[in-house]
Design a protein around this ligand. Sequence first.
Ligand SMILES: [Fe+2]
Ligand SMILES: [Fe+2]
Length: 217
Amino acid sequence: MTVLLPATTTTRINKQRNIEGGCDGTGMELPFQLETDLERKIAADPEWQEGVVWGWTRPGHSEGQIMYHIADVLANIDRFASTPEERRKLRLITLIHDTLKYQVNQSLPTGGNRHATIARRFAERYIDDPALLDIIELHDEAFNSWRDGAARGHWDKAEARVKRLIERLGPSLPLYVRFYRADNQTSSKKPDSLLWFEQFLRSRGFDVPPWPEQGNQ
Ligand SMILES: [Fe+2]
Ligand SMILES: [Fe+2]
């Protein structure tokens, strides 16, 4: 099991972060490299560019701006992806999944006003793989299910909700599991929902990929 960094360490690392990716044709300096024409096309979109510089350090988000969260998740994907094709897909999900948070209108009810739903609509301009679009839209649904139990004590509701998620994902579940791990195995997030989700999957007979060996991380 990977050891999570305490928040104080994360804050120190953030202060030391350098912009490593360079402009890469987007006119922006990013803390990660873009690798494909499609990634560069997405990153050239002004809405994406506005989204990655949005954010500030706050509880659960010590990384601050979205682009640093993307960098953390991309680094996890380098450890967790099992094939180059899986890595390519996970990178696309990562680039978009939280980037439209700044477009959420806090004065409106949820529904279509969720950041994941807005992200899916943005992604549809560039991606036509329904599995990737569904994972972008549902990327926080395992957390939302866990929260029904953890915050409100409704564990029966939590399990029913995560079952609906699994049914909706269908054959995309293994990719979702990889992404959820990469998205949640960051120093600013507590591992509780990830551990609960993976334990639930195991208890129902679903495959959960083994964790990389400590020395290989
Ligand atoms: Fe999210
Ligand atoms: Fe995220």
